[in-house]
Design a protein around this ligand. Structure first.
Ligand code: DON
Length: 560
């Protein structure tokens, strides 16, 4: 290359580097949908294009994910939605699963009172009464503008004609072949002798027939009709405990959102049976209560501050949080600024407070991001943040014979015994003990932010216990660190949950020097490939929307 040309290339390259423009997500003028799967995003986008509102799109996406993203998308699980309508009203929908009528406090313990391995995570006994179809039906009754059958049609089409597997999906299915064998007494469509590959197509014939019945008969089919029969038969053949009565009695609930302030923003989030809203508000208010000056993103002072706030919030979670329909969760006290300040009285800028000064515990935590979240804003400004789950990957791994969908293993989100950790290492007590018809405590944190009374952000993520802290950091990334929505989503995350007493972090979340500084304060570490998989939407100052899909997965943002 001529010296001049070389110089010009280097100059342009260095200018590009110096003026590196911020990474933005997908920008759209009117409407946006961000989900964990390309097919589901396309379906939501089409519904919005047809003139459907955000809630129509959410219903179509929920059913589409049940087909295209069966590890977490579901009709055999449950979830939460936080809703803010264009006229500024907000509400939440709780379609969390419930413990069956025959459930009891000691159902997962042996005669010596020890938890029986895998009983609350694998197979029929781990299943709780699904809430998704009832939730979507109620959402449609209240906010739907397009006829129900039209919203189920895309998922039906997908199931009937087949889903092309992405690489991540093929790998995930291969990882669980043995579990599929062990949990099912019949051949299931996700089993494959020599393994799945990217590009393979799975046709879900039984699921297509189920979706057709739900399309034609609505919610009744799932809770009282043919699908209910299939679920009950599946249970009876395998010593499961869900009965027709359980299904008939299931109700979703509209609940008042939990709202709070952080700086100029109003945070609208999920109340119990989610712990998400309470913990998120405790964390945000904790920053102000601790009186900490702004620390640089992922610096030692910043990570120390997050960890100290988080260990206290998770200690409260373990002690006080459960289904408020069954247990008097002291929400007001937990969010009282005085209480939050008191709780931080022993906060030391220089050293970690050992969690075992409160309680000791050694736990194993499963690496998993197997819930799914989507965010939608329509052209009128209606918004929905919806997080839905089967709990573990493919839930209990039980696929209902004849009906073709996976059932959850959400019973593991209860505290099966006080102090005994669940699959996310979370411990609990009386507040979250198992009781018939109770909802198990959740970390799912679908959240909407307002700024000066206007829609600002729609956010949420999977990730078990890391959901709360990922949403927390994503909000801080935008509000305090000036990141774009996409940068906030992409940014490396850290996490503390009281027990186990260590900072969980993504690879390269911070420098060696930062690690050394944190070690000197008394922190210990564990690395995890991914923390969170946030799908979010930000309203830009000019009113356009930035949709940010998390690159940690196959997630896609689509808008117009
Ligand atoms: O409701 C909860 O908190 C859990 N069942 C969520 C599970 C989850 O996020 C799985 N992915 N990591």
């Amino acid at each position: 290359m001529q010296p001049f040309k070389l110089f010009a290339v280097l100059l342009i390259a260095s200018l590009l580097f110096a003026c590196k423009s911020p990474t933005q997500g997908v920008i759209a003028d009117q409407a946006m949908v961000v989900t964990a799967h390309p097919d589901a995003s396309a379906i939501g986008h089409d519904i919005l294009r047809m003139g459907g509102n955000a809630y129509d799109a959410a219903i179509a996406v929920q059913f589409a994910l049940a087909v295209a993203y069966p590890r977490a998308g579901n009709i055999g699980g449950g979830g939460f939605a936080v809703i803010r309508t264009a006229d500024g009203q907000s509400t939440t929908l709780d379609f969390r699963e419930k413990a069956p009528l025959a459930a009891s406090e000691t159902m997962y313990l042996d005669e010596l009172g020890k938890p029986i391995e895998k009983l609350s995570t694998l197979g029929h006994y781990a299943v709780s009464v699904p809430g998704t179809v009832r939730g979507m039906w109620d959402l449609h009754q209240k906010y739907g503008s397009i006829p129900w059958p039209a919203l189920i049609e895309p998922a039906y089409y997908l199931a009937k004609n087949g889903v092309v597997l992405t690489e991540a999906e093929a790998k995930k299915l291969n990882d669980f072949q043995e579990a599929f064998y062990s949990a099912n007494d019949h051949a299931i469509v996700t089993l494959k002798d020599n393994g799945w590959q990217a590009g393979d197509t799975i046709v879900y014939q039984e699921l297509a027939a189920t979706l057709k019945r739900i399309q034609e008969q609505g919610v009744t089919d799932f809770y009282e009709g043919q699908t209910a029969q299939y679920i009950v038969e599946e249970m009876q053949r395998n010593e499961g405990i869900i009965t027709l009565e359980d299904l008939k009695k299931y109700e979703a609930k509209w609940r008042e959102p939990l709202t709070g302030k952080y700086k100029d923003y109003t945070v609208i989030s999920m109340p119990p049976p989610s712990s998400g809203g309470i913990c998120l508000l405790q964390l945000l208010q904790g920053i102000e209560a601790a009186g900490i000056v702004q620390a640089e993103h992922n610096s030692p002072a910043y990570i120390h501050m997050l960890s100290e706030l988080e260990r206290r919030a998770f200690a409260d979670r373990a002690t006080y949080l459960g289904d408020a329909d069954f247990y008097p969760v002291p929400i007001d006290s937990l969010l009282d600024p005085e209480y939050i300040a008191e709780n931080l009285a022993d906060f030391d800028l220089e050293s970690a407070t050992p969690s075992n000064s409160i309680k000791a515990g050694e736990v194993n935590v499963v690496e998993s991001i197997e819930t799914t979240h989507f965010s939608i804003v329509d052209a009128k400004g209606n918004a929905i943040a919806l997080t839905t789950t089967l709990n573990g990957n493919y839930g209990s791994k039980v696929m209902v014979k004849g009906a073709g969908f996976f059932l959850n293993n959400e019973m593991d989100d209860f505290s099966v015994k006080p102090g005994v950790p669940n699959m996310f290492g979370l411990v609990g007590a009386e507040a979250n003990k198992i009781e018939a018809e109770k909802r198990m405590l959740s970390s799912m944190t679908p959240t909407i932010l307002e700024k000066e009374g206007e829609l600002f952000m729609v956010v949420g993520t999977p990730g078990g216990s890391t959901i709360i802290t990922s949403v927390f950091q994503t909000i801080l990334n935008v509000v305090d660190h000036g990141m774009t929505m996409q940068e906030a989503v992409n940014a490396k995350k850290v996490h503390h949950q009281w027990l186990p007493d260590r900072i969980l972090h993504e690879p390269n979340a911070f420098s060696k020097q930062t690690k050394a500084a944190l070690e000197a304060m008394g922190h210990t570490f564990e690395e995890r490939t991914y923390i969170g998989k946030v799908d979010a939407i930000l309203v830009l100052p000019d009113g356009r929307l930035e949709g940010a899909a998390d690159p940690r997965g196959d997630d896609v943002a689509m808008g117009f």
